[in-house]
Structure formats: structure tokens, C-alpha cells
Design a protein around this ligand. Structure first.
Ligand code: NAD
Length: 468
């Protein structure tokens, strides 16, 4: 037995005990996780700074997102755990119908590198709230954070309730062989497919939180300066390493030049206010490693070679893992940058003439994780919402739909993912929603009209049900 399967067996052994824990016991664990996290706040901030050059307040804001989930679970869990009474139908008349949300067993949470703490702990909260044991596999690309995450979990949970498995692909593969009861995965689409195939071998349910190219539509009626201000922030935040970041903007030709100039100015205003250069700014983070910096540079070089124009930015320093916030225009479909999620601080811009063209631009990349619309025309807003598909959408803003309101479920569709996280939806996705019917045994309610040989009364009832 490998060390991983031994630890998995230990987690599995707690299934029935954890399934029967009370809301108070589960919220105590949630609180312990939060307190252990706060105890290591300074270390987490330092780690994010070393790994991605993250500003202290940006890392603290990640913890605030976590706190809002913690508070929401603490406030609502007892209510959510109660069996939900269900109205009767004609066929269940006289019986008592309910839904019981029970734990699934052991949940594996595989996280990405771009927000290691939130990606480890937000799904963990949902899993713990639903009464599961949890295994976390943080990203090996953020090892300092992973180490602290492990120490936090070890402090807040006994090892038969939660374990952290550090390591790379080998550890992930070994974990995926274990018969988990639910797998929650955050990461790229290519690995998402590997996870889904592995889950199929054990018929394990999955939540996939993936990425993709999130479009921004800016029509001719948009408040341009307002849009440019918000998009400068949304694209440069975490150096573009945000799953819901705006990836490319489809801008009405009549306002395209003005928009490109405005967003270039706004990037300077927000990220270079002291005019020491964007590369010296405390607000511009770094790409996670040289390999990813090279990947982004290759996308940029390919686009320029094929005719794209750099409006602003464009510098890359591989050794420093620095990609200058960049506005890239005249981008076309044959460029690699339109085929791949950028996951870096580069906003691609394409022009459009009429709103039907917007749908043509989006068509090769339907089902994005997010979609943003900047417009003051209600008919255009409805048209774009009704004729596109994405996990979430925001009108006249960006990146405000995740981590801000635990009542808004978060997740993707198709290539950007499946399943939802956040508040009650997270709790539900980590629960087995078990329908339970109680049959009273008194003679008025315990009748068996459906037994053969069929009576005329039963035949009448059934045949009545198949009339138009
Ligand atoms: P990734 O797919 O490279 O890695 C994610 C996890 O999978 C890591 O824990 C890694 O160790 C593991 N992994 C890597 N290769 C594997 C393999 N061959 N077999 C098994 N496991 C393997 O993702 P990443 O580069 O760390 O993260 C970036 C991606 O994550 C982007 O596409 C981004 O959009 C997406 N993301 C999505 C969300 C969301 O909530 N939808 C949030 C953050 C990031």
C-alpha cells in the first residue's frame, strides 16, 4: 500500500462518523480553519509576494473572500442540514417526502497556483460543511504557500479528517487512482480532461473549475472611460493570472481607437502612479515562473509576427518573470493568442461593425467561464446575454462576480467547467441529495393500488394520466 493510499484509507475510515456530526461540530472545524489561517496571515502574504510579487493587500483581500464564505457557512449551516420537506404529488399523497443532504465521503480538492489559499480552502469549507473528509493537493508551482496550507490544515484538523498532499504530477496521478467520493478540480482544461477520465474509472462525481478566453463586449454606447478604468484593473490584477479575467475585447469600430488609448492611460494611472515604471510598481505582480512567462511571450511574438499591433506595453523580462501590461490590437483568429487563454496581463482587442459579428467572434470559444458586456443600450445587453453562454456574466463591470456574494453560485459551463461552488451551492455539490419517502402504516394511507392483478380503478387512474 502506498503512503497516499494509506492516508486515503484513514480519511475514508471517518466517513460514517463525520456524516453524523452536528452543525455545531462542523462550524467549529470551519472556525478552527479560519483561525489557523489568520494565525499564518503574515506568512501567506509573504509567500504570495515571493511566488507572484503579490501586493500585501491583494493577498489580504483573498483572505477576506475566504472569511465571507466562513461567515456564511457558520450562519446558515444548521438550516441547510435540516431535512427539506417536499410537497406531495398525487402519487405520494399521504406519505412524507423529504430531501436529506448527506456527506459523500472523502473529497479530493486539486488546486491551481494563481490563488492557492482560496482555491484550497473555499472548496474545503463546502466539503467540511457537508460532513466530508478532505484531501487537498495544492499546486506545486506555489510551494511556499502549499507548505503553509499544509501546516494550517494540520493545526485545524486531525489526520483522519483532512490531509494535504504536496507534490507535482506524480502525486496528483496517485491521488486520482484512489476511489474518492467527489473530486473538485481547479486548473486548466487539458488536465481537467485527465481528471474527468480518472474520475470515470471510480464513477466519482466531479466539479471542474477551469478557465478559457473570457470575452468583453464594448458597444458603441458604452461609457468608455468607465469601461477602460474597470478593465485596466481586471486585466492587470494578479498579472492576469485570474480565471475570470477579461481575456479579449470585442469593441465597436467607432470607439475602438479611443478605448485602446483610454485603457492604456488607465493602466498607467492605476499601476504606475509614482511614475517609476510599471516594472518597478508594487501593484504589478509577476508571472508564476519562467516557463509560463515564456509561454506568454511566445503568444505575444506570434501575434505581432502575424500582424497584431502593440498599443501599449509589450516588454517581457523572462528572468524577472515580468510581462508588462499590454494592449494588443488588430488581433485575428489565426494567431495563437486567440486560441489559448492568455493568463497574463495582455488584453487583445478586435473590432466589430454590427452586433451579429460579435457572436461570430465568440463562436469558436463559446462556454467561457465569464463574459463581460459594457453598454448603456438595454436591447444590446439583452441580445448579448441571450445569444451567448458562459458560467457567469457581468454588465458594466468585471471580476466582481466571484468571492463577493456567497449567494451567487460560481462555476463554468462546457470547456470552462461543470458544477458550482459558493455558499449553499457549494454545500449542495459536496452532498448526496438523498430523496427519502416515509410511508405511514395506517390503513387510510398505506394502500397498494398498483399491485397485479390490476383493478379497474387502477386501470382508470393510469389511463386518465396518458390523455392529452
Ligand atoms: P494546471 O491544470 O496546470 O494544474 C492544476 C492542478 O492539476 C495542479 O494541482 C497540478 O499539480 C495538477 N496537474 C498538473 N498536471 C497534471 C497531470 N498531468 N495529471 C494530474 N494532475 C495534474 O493549472 P494551473 O496552470 O495551475 O492553473 C491555471 C488554470 O487554472 C487556468 O486555466 C485558469 O483559468 C484555471 N483556473 C480556474 C479557476 C476557476 O475557478 N474556474 C480558478 C483558478 C484557475
Amino acid at each position: 500500500m502506498s503512503e497516499i493510499s494509506e492516508k486515503f484509507a484513514k480519511l475514508k475510515s471517518s466517513t460514517s462518523r463525520l456524516r453524523n456530526t452536528t452543525a455545531a461540530e462542523r462550524t467549529a472545524r470551519i472556525q478552527a480553519l479560519w483561525e489557523a489561517t489568520v494565525d499564518r496571515k503574515d506568512d501567506l502574504i509573504k509567500a504570495a509576494h515571493h511566488e507572484r510579487g503579490t501586493h500585501d493587500l491583494d493577498m489580504a483581500a483573498e483572505l477576506v473572500m475566504l472569511k465571507s464564505e466562513v461567515d456564511f457557512f457558520k450562519k446558515n449551516l444548521a438550516k441547510w442540514m435540516k431535512p427539506e420537506k417536499i410537497k406531495n404529488s398525487l402519487a405520494t399523497m399521504g406519505k412524507k417526502c423529504e430531501i436529506r443532504r448527506q456527506s459523500k465521503g472523502v473529497v479530493l480538492n486539486m488546486a491551481a497556483y494563481n490563488a492557492p489559499t482560496a482555491e484550497s480552502f473555499v472548496p474545503m469549507l463546502a466539503a467540511v460543511a457537508a460532513g466530508n473528509a478532505v484531501a487537498i493537493k495544492p499546486s506545486e508551482l506555489a510551494p511556499e504557500s502549499a507548505q503553509i496550507i499544509q501546516e494550517i490544515v494540520n493545526k485545524a484538523f486531525p489526520t483522519d479528517e483532512a490531509e494535504v498532499f504536496q507534490g507535482g504530477v506524480d502525486v496528483a496521478k496517485e491521488l486520482l487512482k484512489q476511489p474518492f467520493d467527489h473530486i473538485y478540480y481547479t486548473g486548466g482544461t487539458a488536465v481537467g480532461k485527465i481528471v474527468m477520465k480518472a474520475a470515470a474509472d471510480n464513477l466519482t462525481s466531479i466539479t471542474l473549475e477551469m478557465g478559457g478566453k473570457n470575452p468583453v463586449i464594448i458597444d458603441e454606447t458604452a461609457k468608455l472611460e468607465n469601461a477602460a478604468t474597470k478593465l485596466a484593473w481586471g486585466r492587470v490584477m494578479n498579472a492576469g493570472q485570474v480565471c475570470i479575467a477579461p481575456d479579449y475585447a470585442i469593441v465597436h469600430e467607432s470607439v475602438k481607437d479611443e478605448f485602446q488609448n483610454l485603457i492604456s492611460e488607465k493602466i498607467q494611472e492605476q499601476y504606475n502612479s509614482e511614475q517609476t515604471g510599471l516594472d518597478k510598481s508594487n501593484y504589478v505582480p509577476r508571472i508564476i515562473n519562467e516557463r509560463h512567462t515564456k509561454r506568454i511571450k511566445a503568444l505575444l511574438d506570434d501575434a505581432v509576427k502575424k500582424g497584431a499591433t502593440i498599443v501599449s506595453g509589450g516588454t517581457v523580462n523572462l528572468k524577472d518573470c515580468y510581462v508588462e501590461p499590454t494592449i494588443l490590437t488588430d488581433v485575428t483568429e489565426d494567431m495563437n493568442i486567440m486560441q489559448e487563454e492568455v493568463f497574463g496581463p495582455i488584453l487583445c482587442v478586435v473590432g466589430y461593425q454590427n452586433r451579429e459579428d460579435v457572436l461570430k467572434h465568440i463562436a469558436p470559444r463559446t462556454n467561457s467561464l465569464a463574459l463581460y458586456i459594457y453598454s448603456t443600450n438595454d436591447s444590446n445587453i439583452e441580445y448579448f446575454l441571450n445569444n451567448t453562454s458562459s458560467g457567469s456574466a457581468v454588465v458594466n463591470n468585471n471580476c466582481i462576480q466571484s468571492g463577493t456574494n456567497p449567494r451567487l453560485p460560481f462555476g463554468g459551463i462546457g470547456a470552462s467547467g461543470m458544477g458550482r461552488i459558493g455558499g449553499y451551492e457549494g454545500f449542495r455539490s459536496m452532498s448526496n441529495e438523498r430523496s427519502v419517502v416515509h410511508q405511514p402504516l395506517d390503513k387510510f394511507r398505506d394502500f397498494l393500488i398498483q399491485l397485479p392483478p390490476y383493478s379497474d380503478r387502477y386501470a382508470g387512474l393510469i389511463m386518465k394520466g396518458v390523455k392529452k
